[in-house]
Design a protein around this ligand. Structure first.
Ligand code: AMP
Length: 280
């Protein structure tokens, strides 16, 4: 059976109140839909950890810094509901934009520091949109636990900071990146790739793995990086927004992984922006 779809805060509250009263653990999995196995792995983790699971689908206009990106974003609620079927989630919450942002809406949640780099620099306003909607989803669902993907590692750290700073009593769980067989990180945006671009797309992860291996053997990162950029350009990538090593906790830029760190990348291929990150 497909999960019950709720569209208003009032209906959601009516569903969650008895769970809350019973002291149950309520897991929320926020998504923008076009669900793939990456999203479903978060749902699986939530089911394994919590008594109740609320999956949410909301293509959040506030986190798009580009109107055509918002317009092109893939939407298919019926297919998404079908994909959730085998997980038996308790509720699929799909609010309308007016339910989330009525005309009078005037408040924003903003995290400093962690948002000054990478996605924050290249997508102005993006993280304010994310933290604002995630705060609302945490409060609306009465979640005790929330599940986010390491695919968006910076977002995961920003959400953790936000929940801690605002004393929101939600445990934020980070889940590993799920990949296609050829290494490409699963993403709703992969649906926008042409056949030709889809063939070239796994090169990003391949080059990242090769950098990670070189770094682990003590090679110089900037040399490895320059070689990877040349190869990616030859494979059809038009612009590399960033390709850098940063510390896991504060996202400080490193020239070698002297503490727990990841290699982060964002690059454009045939008009689609791909992001990825791996441990180094
Ligand atoms: P999105 O629908 O792209 O906003 O993603 C919703 C959630 O799914 C976020 O927490 C993402 O980090 C997570 N996610 C997206 N792609 C993947 C993936 N390939 N593996 C694991 N989690 C993912």
């Amino acid at each position: 059976m497909t999960p019950p779809v709720l569209r208003t805060r009032a209906d959601l509250r009516a569903a969650t109140r008895p769970w809350q009263r019973a002291g149950e653990r309520i897991g929320v999995v926020p998504t923008m839909g076009a669900l793939h196995d990456g999203h479903l792995s978060l749902v699986g983790a939530a089911k394994a950890t919590c008594d109740r699971v609320v999956a949410t689908i909301f293509v959040n206009p506030k986190q798009f810094n580009n109107a055509s990106d918002l317009e092109k974003y893939p939407r298919d609620e019926a297919t998404d509901a079908g994909r959730l079927e085998r997980f038996a989630v308790d509720v699929l919450y799909v609010p309308h934009p007016e339910e989330m942002y009525p005309d009078s809406f005037a408040t924003g949640v903003s995290v400093a520091g962690l948002t000054d780099v990478m996605e924050g620099t290249h997508r102005p306003g993006h993280f304010d949109g994310v933290t604002t909607v995630v705060t609302k989803l945490f409060l609306q669902t009465s979640a005790t636990d929330a599940f986010f993907g390491e695919k968006d590692f910076q977002q995961l750290q920003v959400v953790r900071r936000m929940a801690a700073d605002l004393d929101i009593p939600v445990t934020v769980h980070g889940c590993p990146t799920i990949r296609e067989i050829d290494g490409l990180a699963m993403s709703s945006r992969n649906l926008l790739l042409s056949d030709r671009a889809r063939t070239a797309a796994p090169r990003l992860h391949e080059e990242m793995e090769s950098i990670a291996e070189g770094v682990s053997q003590g090679a110089d990162f900037s040399t490895l990086r320059a070689r990877a950029v040349t190869r990616l350009q030859a494979a059809g990538f038009t612009q590399i927004d960033y390709l850098e090593i940063r510390a896991n906790d504060d996202l400080a830029l490193l020239d070698r992984p002297t503490r727990p760190a990841r290699l982060f990348a964002a690059a454009w291929l045939a008009g689609v922006r791909l992001i990825d990150n791996i441990a180094v």
